[in-house]
Design a binder for this molecule. Structure first.
Ligand SMILES: [Ca+2]
Ligand SMILES: [Ca+2]
Length: 228
């Protein structure tokens, strides 16, 4: 048993360090967003009264050696909204636009914008769906599953964005905004064009290779103690 445990630990050590070398230039970060109306603050008023909500998962993959390989994958699952305008006869629940915003930067043309808390007038990092256009060539809208998914990469439209020109996913400024929790998704509908729901992209802590190694060491130490 002890021998097997030591063999397991050795394999874990090799796997940990082999993985570290093999993926040393690649860093992945997971995010989630809870797109509830509670996040929205418009003109000092929190909440919109809309029943539109969604959950969202993201994975940022950074290639430290070549940022042009950076990507952000996303999967959003919606409730009480109409993705294609055909799910309900009511037009108010139709999604008109879906964007990732940088909540720290107001576009100069929006005097009512409040940096850090206000969707109205903060710049777009990515126009995912609807107006003004779909930037992501990989976006998939599935009204049956009520999901929107895709992959933001440098091949996607980034110039001439709205309200001001946007940066692509290779930009250190975009990466910093994401990692600092300053990016947010906003869902715009006919009912509430300013944003029916929204939420910040928050990082998800994950067990690291070192954490797995410490877990393995603790397990072996426990076995040794029991044998004594
Ligand atoms: Ca509808
Ligand atoms: Ca893409």
């Amino acid at each position: 048993m002890l021998r097997a445990s030591c063999q397991f630990l050795a394999a874990l050590l090799i796997a940990t360090f082999a993985s570290g070398f093999a993926t040393g230039q690649i860093v992945q970060t997971d995010f989630v967003a809870d797109l509830t109306e509670g996040y929205i603050i418009l003109g000092g008023i929190q909440g919109t009264g809309s029943s539109a909500t969604a959950t969202a998962e993201f994975t940022l993959t950074q290639d430290l050696a070549d940022p042009s390989n950076n990507t952000l994958s996303y999967l959003m699952t919606f409730q009480n909204v109409d993705l294609d305008g055909a799910q309900t006869a009511d037009i108010l629940d139709n999604i008109t636009a879906l964007h990732i915003h940088d909540t720290t930067q107001c576009a100069p043309t929006f005097s009512q914008c409040q940096e850090g808390i206000d969707t109205a007038g903060t710049i777009h990092l990515l126009n995912i769906f609807g107006l003004p256009r779909n930037d992501d060539a990989d976006v998939v809208v599935d009204p049956v599953a009520s999901t929107i998914s895709g992959l933001w990469d440098v091949g996607d439209t980034s110039a001439a964005g709205t309200p001001v020109p946007t940066l692509d996913i290779s930009s250190p400024q975009v990466i910093s905004t994401l990692l600092n929790g300053e990016a947010a998704i906003f869902v715009h509908t006919n009912e509430i064009p300013t944003a029916a729901s929204g939420g910040a992209l928050l990082t998800v802590p994950e067990p690291t290779g070192l954490g797995m190694l410490l877990f393995g060491l603790a397990g072996v130490a426990g076995i040794v103690r029991r044998r004594r």
